[in-house]
Design a protein around this ligand. Structure first.
Ligand code: NAD
Ligand code: UDP
Length: 313
């Protein structure tokens, strides 16, 4: 297949590109490097199955030749990054999604949207099932991300209703692993980098809020299984093992053997109090469940950040 991956220079997009090429597909990688990094794709440069285009996907994209799938991953994903680029985030999820749906229609390709557990907002239902509609503040600062992803889901679902386009929607829960940017600002990269530098580990709020962390390889496996299945409603992909953020800080400190102290900082506005996926649907339709334990995943991620910090000097 010929697969177009938007946001391919980012954390997740670069892993998808690897998986697609390893499976014998051709990849057209598109990125404007707003939050992504060339180094994430450096190992694929020169590969005959790989092509990189420096483009902003907010604008319509013209492409020669056939396309079988569009995997739309372009969007800032870390809270500090989407708060730094609020309009860009809303536009890539709004106009960008619309233009890529139209491209999929022109190419008779399938379209997969990378949506997010943020569509559940600060959830009143726990763990979160796909049938839960969410609890989102439409005028709060996080709305640049969660409301624009909700709009992207609505665009995708209604484009399919109107045109019959094959579509997939995945709701990704907090995912971590190698190739995260040390400056990304999300909790896994922050805690590991702070621990490795023996600097204070900064917990926002009282640390009793929860998140559930999925290793990137598990997510990639779930995505490629979903392409094989005719299912267009949203599917949660995440690891249901749930941690308080304080417990997660202790775990990172122990796994890195760090001398860091734990300090408490202000909680960001509208920070969800708990988050954990119900993955019954993915288990049933994909035969999928996460395989990588937190111990193994953290081990591989810590090793990666050790190399990154050495490389950066
Ligand atoms: P990332 O910031 O590492 O990657 C996003 C990529 O999109 C970057 O390379 C960036 O340069 C690119 N991009 C942004 N705007 C663009 C534009 N207008 N045109 C072209 N490229 C653009 O983030 P990530 O963690 O890899 O997330 C990728 C996708 O997955 C995002 O859509 C995000 O919302 C979704 N997601 C990720 C997670 C997670 O835990 N990593 C969770 C839920 C959803
Ligand atoms: N968080 C934290 N310290 C950090 C970064 C994040 O305590 O350095 C908290 C944040 O307030 C949230 C959780 O960790 O409760 C997960 O944050 P992240 O930015 O990774 O993703 P989110 O799930 O909020 O999108």
């Amino acid at each position: 297949m010929r697969i177009l991956i938007t946001g391919a220079a980012g954390f997740l997009g670069s892993h998808l590109a690897d998986r697609a090429i390893a499976s014998g597909h051709q990849v057209i990688a598109v990125d404007n490097f707003l939050t992504g990094r060339e180094i994430n794709l450096a190992h694929l440069q020169g590969n005959r199955s790989f092509q990189l285009l420096n483009r902003d996907v907010i604008a319509p994209l013209e492409l020669d030749g056939p396309v079988d799938w569009i995997l739309h991953f372009a969007s800032p994903a870390s809270p500090p990054k989407y708060l730094r680029f609020p309009v860009e985030t809303m536009r890539v999820n709004g106009e960008g999604t619309l233009h890529l749906l139209e491209l999929a229609q022109r190419k008779k390709a399938g379209f997969l949207l990378a949506s997010t557990s943020e569509v559940y907002g600060d959830p009143m239902v726990h763990p979160q099932v796909e049938g839960y509609w969410g609890n989102v503040n439409s005028v709060g600062p996080r709305a640049v991300y969660d409301e624009s992803k909700r709009f992207a889901e609505a665009l995708t679902a209604n484009h399919r209703r109107q045109t019959g386009l094959p579509t997939r929607i995945i709701r990704i829960f907090n995912t971590y692993g190698p190739r995260m940017d040390p400056e990304d600002g999300r909790v896994v990269s922050n805690f590991i980098c702070q621990a490795l530098r023996n600097r204070p580990i900064e917990i926002y709020g009282d640390g009793r809020q929860t998140r559930s962390f999925q290793f990137v390889d598990d997510l990639v496996e779930g995505i490629f299984r979903l392409l094989e299945v005719d299912y267009s409603d949203p599917v949660n992909l995440g690891n249901p093992q749930e941690f308080t953020i304080a417990d997660f800080a202790h775990l990172v400190k122990a796994r890195t053997g760090s001398a860091s102290s734990l300090v408490f900082k202000d909680l960001p506005v509208d920070d969800p109090r708990r988050r954990c996926p119900d993955i019954s649907l993915a288990r049933r339709i994909l035969g999928w469940s996460p395989r990588v334990s937190i111990e193994e995943g953290l081990g591989r991620t810590i090793e990666y950040f050790q190399q990154e910090l050495r490389r950066a000097g």
